[in-house]
Design a protein. Structure first.
Length: 219
């Protein structure tokens, strides 16, 4: 069976600092374009560039993306507008692939060559290989666009954090580690209040159409 043409990514990851960043979900091509246009339309008007010029649009999106990466704590950056900037930069980067129906399912944006380098936007094909532990844990829901993310370069790094005491800043890795012995590459979780008022976590594992295991931990 022929694969469906893909014109949007399922997930865009931003690893802003070592191990930390965002994971943004997009439910459809319309959702992806809506997010990108939320940034691009006012930005081209502000910068007085030609919206029909692909090179000018790309430079504008990359410039704002770099501004965020250079000072992610700057006042004015919040989850939604970073999601819009990420969508715009990815749309410009992969415009030809989207037109051909071959947009990557997972895309990652990282720094190039350390803290002082540029930015790399690439197909995160390794997220489709599912090594058995989460490469990224995202605090959020697919249906609302994702949220803050923790990244793990190895199983050992994940297990070290997962077996540590939880804190206000980091609690999802510890919960996923306690619940599951094996997971797909991405797990999302969000606090959920039970019927009796107790708090729990609603977790969703993302396999991106590939084979992956979600194995509960015994005992």
């Amino acid at each position: 069976m022929a694969k469906r043409a893909r014109r949007h990514p399922d997930l865009v990851l931003l690893q802003v600092v070592k191990g930390e960043g965002f994971g943004f979900t997009y439910l459809s091509a319309e959702d992806f374009d809506y997010a990108a246009d939320h940034f691009m339309l006012p930005a081209v008007k502000f910068a007085e560039v030609d919206v029909s010029d692909a090179e000018q649009r790309r430079e504008l999106a990359y410039d704002f993306l770099w501004r965020y990466f250079s000072k992610p704590q700057r006042k004015g950056y919040f989850r939604d507008n970073v999601r819009w900037i990420a969508a715009a930069a990815v749309r410009e980067k992969f415009a030809k692939e989207a037109a051909a129906g071959k947009m990557p399912r997972v895309i990652i944006i990282t720094r190039k060559g350390g803290e002082s380098g540029g930015i790399v936007i690439r197909d995160a094909h390794e997220y489709l290989e599912h090594p058995g532990y989460p490469l990224a844990l995202i605090v959020g829901k697919v249906s609302v666009g994702g949220g803050a993310a923790h990244f793990f370069a190895s199983r050992a790094a994940y297990e070290k954090v997962g077996s540590s005491p939880p804190s206000q800043e980091m609690w999802l890795p510890q919960i996923v580690y306690r619940l599951y012995a094996e997971t797909p590459s991405v797990v999302m979780g969000i606090p959920k209040q039970g019927k009796k008022g107790d708090m729990g976590v609603e977790c969703v594992a993302l396999a991106f159409g590939e084979r992956a295991k979600l194995v509960e931990r015994k005992g």
